[in-house]
Design a protein around this ligand. Structure first.
Ligand code: NA7
Length: 573
């Protein structure tokens, strides 16, 4: 099983061979990129990938902060495309840690030999559609220029950390790190005075562990967040046996659910149609079960204000009972947005951490941060000295990583201009005016609202089927129809408007990044409905997509790759 150092074997500077022309350029080597490599190879396409990191793993490569874990149960956070793979891999914990997930990614990459057509340490800096040739021209920060018939973005949804937005960082004499780009070498926390800025999932996962290691930990909280206990532990043997009895079917069933995970304790009822005792009992059951069940145990927690208020009040009481100092408890209670409308966090001992003598909470709505100083952080109240500042301040989610690619489509249109008022995309798979460009988990798909391994597999398979359809039918170009795209955008927005999600200043709404348009970024109608919709669109003849046979284009169906340079010339994948 590889680790991130041995994983680099074979990708040395000397060997780095980048083709001039391939069928598909794939951007990103996280779970989406890896599966796409496998799938495209299966349908006979020559694909070549670029990855900014020195190794595979994507989000799980970068988010190495203490306590980083998946919030989907590991038995479900698993590729389902290969029954053998399901058999061969065993997870050790109910919610896998970042190192174990990265090990899994390496296991898969080794198992299916997925590394050899990826250039690591290479960031795509621009991609431009050459209309005459019907090709994408992809440029990198290493000076590579590659032409491809298709371009597939697998850049991830939470892969562009927000820059620290606090002035004075250059003056700070200590060390600073970001949770979303945590260093590979260990960060020495023991005995240090540590600050964490941010109380989203990354802050909430890392704070209890940093508190155990640091001499003193100060948490700078702008908005308190809802968190429920994960109840992590070893994988439950009885449940695992049940899942493994027909693992492939278990995964297929997951695709028939709203969130891409089993509904193990959901009632399907409104929280308002049961008695107060039953409501409380169901909430207790969900609290004791972990996962996102508190948000799903009743069907209307994020759509009905009364149901939502009941769930919120339940958690408020839990926070009050976990935190000894009532004043601190009140500061930790979220009151400014409906329960579940910001990504719910799963934690281990988060609220109880504030009972520790070495932990301090600073509410920066009361005493805002004025800036970073040589010694530490200055608020309107005082200066706090630190050895280490941890920015757990989140990501420019979903659209940020795509816009960072500097994509230019047909007629010189820039994606950045097209999306200046918010992203438009047909099904989150294609963008009108950007032919032959596919996006895995693009905006207006379910993406982060469902189990990402499931949404990734679905998108990669859909894209591969579409390309296969083109190759077999002499179709050289596909584009999303702009009317279909507008209709989809309306549908996505209308669905979101029926929920309480639009009331929160969340990264789901783009509200965490100054200047970002306020648009709900995902399809909230349910993964199952979305999958059905995508299938119906295909069986109706790809409604909303326009295919064109382009005269003079390289013949489809002939997988090819062109190299320059002495080594590898003439290689065909
Ligand atoms: P999140 O959930 O976006 O959380 C970021 C946190 O950082 C949140 O508490 C923010 O407060 C805070 N923040 C952001 N910018 C600032 C500035 N400039 N000053 C002070 N505080 C700030 O990111 P995470 O990495 O924790 O989690 C992202 C997802 O990864 C998570 O939802 C899971 O799906 C996995 P705010 O709430 O904006 O007031």
């Amino acid at each position: 099983m590889g680790n991130s150092d041995t994983a680099l074997a074979g990708i040395s500077e000397v060997d780095r061979a980048v083709p001039q022309k391939v069928d598909v350029v794939l951007i990103g080597a996280g779970f989406a990129g890896l599966y796409a490599h496998h799938k495209f190879r299966e349908i006979g396409l020559a694909a070549f990938g670029f990855e900014a990191a020195p190794d595979i793993g994507g989000t799980w490569f970068w988010n190495r902060y203490p306590g980083a874990r998946c919030d989907v149960e590991s038995l479900d956070y698993t590729y389902s495309f290969s029954p053998e793979l399901l058999d061969e891999w065993r997870w050790s914990e109910r919610f896998a840690t970042q190192p174990e997930i990265l090990q899994y990614a390496n296991f898969v990459a080794d198992r299916f030999d997925l590394r050899r057509e990826i250039a690591f340490d290479t960031r795509v800096t621009a991609a431009e559609y050459d209309e005459a040739a019907n090709e994408w021209v992809v440029r990198t920060d290493r000076g590579d220029i590659v032409r491809s018939h298709y371009l597939v973005s697998a850049v991830g949804s939470l892969s562009l950390p927000k820059a620290p937005e606090i002035t004075g960082l250059d003056k700070f004499a200590g060390r600073w790190v970001q949770t979303g780009a945590w260093p590979r070498e260990p960060v020495d926390v023991a005995g240090k005075r540590v600050a964490v800025i941010g109380t989203g999932s990354s802050g909430i996962q890392s704070i209890p562990i940093l508190a155990e290691q640091a001499a003193h930990l100060t948490v700078f909280q702008r908005t308190p967040n809802y968190s429920v206990p994960a109840h992590n532990g070893p994988v439950d043997a009885a449940y695992e046996a049940q899942v493994r009895a027909d693992y492939a079917e278990h995964c297929r069933q997951n695709r028939r659910t709203k969130g891409g995970v089993p509904s193990r304790i959901n009632t399907g009822l409104s929280a308002m149609e049961v008695s107060e005792e039953e409501r409380r009992a169901r909430f207790e059951q969900a609290w004791g079960f972990g996962t996102f069940s508190l948000q799903a145990v009743f069907r209307d927690i994020t759509s009905n204000e009364q149901s939502n208020a009941a769930a919120a009040a339940f958690v408020h009481d839990k926070i009050r009972s976990a935190v000894k100092d009532p004043a601190i408890a009140e500061k930790l209670i979220p009151k400014t947005f409906p329960f579940g409308t910001k990504r719910l966090c799963l934690d281990t001992n988060y609220y109880a951490t504030f009972n520790r003598d070495n932990v301090e909470l600073v509410d920066i709505r009361e005493t805002p941060i004025e800036g970073i100083t040589r010694a530490g952080i200055r608020t309107t109240e005082r200066e706090y000295p630190f050895d280490l500042i941890v920015f757990a301040t989140g990501f420019d989610a979903i659209t940020g990583p795509l816009l960072a690619l500097n994509i230019t489509g047909e007629g010189g249109r820039k994606l950045r201009d097209e999306w200046k008022d918010g992203p438009q995309s047909y099904l989150g798979l294609m963008i009108a005016g950007f032919p032959n460009l596919f996006t895995v988990n693009g905006p207006s798909s379910p993406s982060v609202l469902a189990n990402m391994l499931q949404t990734i597999e679905h998108h990669v398979e859909w894209i591969a089927d579409c390309i296969d359809h083109m190759e077999k039918n002499g179709l050289a170009r596909v584009d999303a129809d702009s009317d279909a795209q507008v209709a989809w955008a309306h549908e996505v927005a209308n669905m979101a408007a029926k929920t309480l999600y639009t009331k929160a200043d969340s990264w789901y709404m783009g509200a965490n990044v100054p200047g970002k348009p306020r648009v709900f970024l995902m399809y909230i109608g349910g993964f199952d409905r979305y999958v059905d919709r995508c299938e119906a669109i295909v069986s109706e003849g790809y409604t909303g997509f326009r295919f064109t046979p382009v005269a003079g284009d390289s013949a489809p169906g002939q997988s090819s790759v062109v190299w320059t340079g002495a080594h590898s010339q003439g290689t065909r994948f």
